[in-house]
Design a protein around this ligand. Structure first.
Ligand code: 8YV
Length: 311
């Protein structure tokens, strides 16, 4: 008998197909009455595969739960405390998305610095022909960038930005041995020294709201904020206000406080580049993330070491 797995919401097709082969998968969102389905299935479920997190309440409804395999490197939407308390293992999908997220970060920065979206509109709407050359823009080469969170993705971003001839600094819990970049133990102090601040730290109780009005003011009118981590790290109302008053020069955002809702104020600003949380969203990377979910579940149920445990 295959182990019974609960899937609270839809996942990538390739991941669902592979899970269907190895496990008896129950698709909770397809049940006409989710609460009734959970009451009936709950006692038999041994694993959860999820791209939308896993609450403590859901874990408590699954008394035989052994493992939650989460799709994504960030697992802030999984209640790891409850998992720990209940002896439930949790896995994520690290590393396979480093390149895709780093690539998007560079793209957002070039897009913002060189005003590629207004440039594109300038050509399409015929303004180039009517009004002549587009106003001059800024460049990345020679500028300073501070990375908040020099983890696996942060290091890939740093590498690429070095190649763009930027000077890289970083802030995190502690300085790291063997990295050639300047460390700041204070985020606002780093923001005051750089032209760009790239946010790529996980959302934890310590990091929520760390990019506040003070940090944005330190970044300054010529500075730009890039967030490819979680919306929760940035005080979004303060960001809107800083951009509105010119206290902060620009922003490139892939993540938001209340996705998929993006404040109208941000949508209306030309000094802002927006993306719909697509850091890892390439065919190649998403396939690899789904494969990682499957490999973790297979490892667990065959008694092998987990591929990427977080609990
Ligand atoms: C995914 C992400 O969009 O990996 C992460 O932490 O934010 C993204 O890669 C998301 O987790 C998919 O559910």
């Amino acid at each position: 008998m295959k182990p019974e797995i609960l899937m609270p919401g839809p996942m990538l097709a390739s991941c669902m197909e592979a899970l269907d082969e190895a496990f008896d998968v129950h698709r909770l969102w397809e049940a006409p009455d989710e609460a009734a389905a959970l009451a009936e299935l709950g006692p038999r479920i041994r694993g959860v595969a999820t791209a939308k997190g896993c609450s403590g309440a859901l874990m408590r409804a699954l008394p035989k739960l052994e493992i939650v395999a989460s799709f994504g490197v960030g697992y802030d939407s999984v209640d790891v405390q409850t998992a720990q308390a209940q002896g439930v293992r949790v896995t994520n999908t690290p590393d396979v998305l480093n390149d895709a997220v780093a690539e998007l970060t560079v793209g957002l920065m070039v897009c913002l610095a060189r005003r590629l979206l207004p440039c594109d509109a300038y050509v399409r709407t015929g303004r180039w022909e009517r009004e002549g050359a587009y106003p001059l823009t800024a460049q990345l080469a020679g500028a300073g960038v501070g990375i908040l969170g020099l983890g696996r993705i942060g290091k890939e971003i740093a590498r690429r930005l070095e190649a763009m001839k930027m000077t890289v600094s970083y802030h995190g819990r502690r300085p790291q041995a063997d990295v050639p970049y300047r460390y700041f133990d204070d985020l606002a102090a780093m923001a005051a020294e750089v032209d760009w601040l790239v946010v790529i730290a996980p959302a934890t109780p310590e990091t929520i709201g760390v990019v506040d009005a003070r940090v944005m003011a330190a970044l300054g009118p010529k500075g730009s904020l890039v967030n490819v981590a979680r919306g929760a790290l940035v005080d979004e109302p303060a960001l809107i206000e800083a951009l509105r008053t010119g206290a902060l020069g620009g922003a490139a955002l892939d993540v938001f406080a209340d996705e998929p809702r993006v404040p109208e104020a941000l949508r209306a600003m030309e000094q802002v580049v927006l993306a719909p949380h697509v850091g890892s969203a390439t065919h190649h990377t998403r396939w690899a993330m789904g494969d990682c979910v499957v490999r973790n579940l297979k490892a667990h149920f065959s008694g092998a070491p987990l591929v990427s445990p977080v609990v």
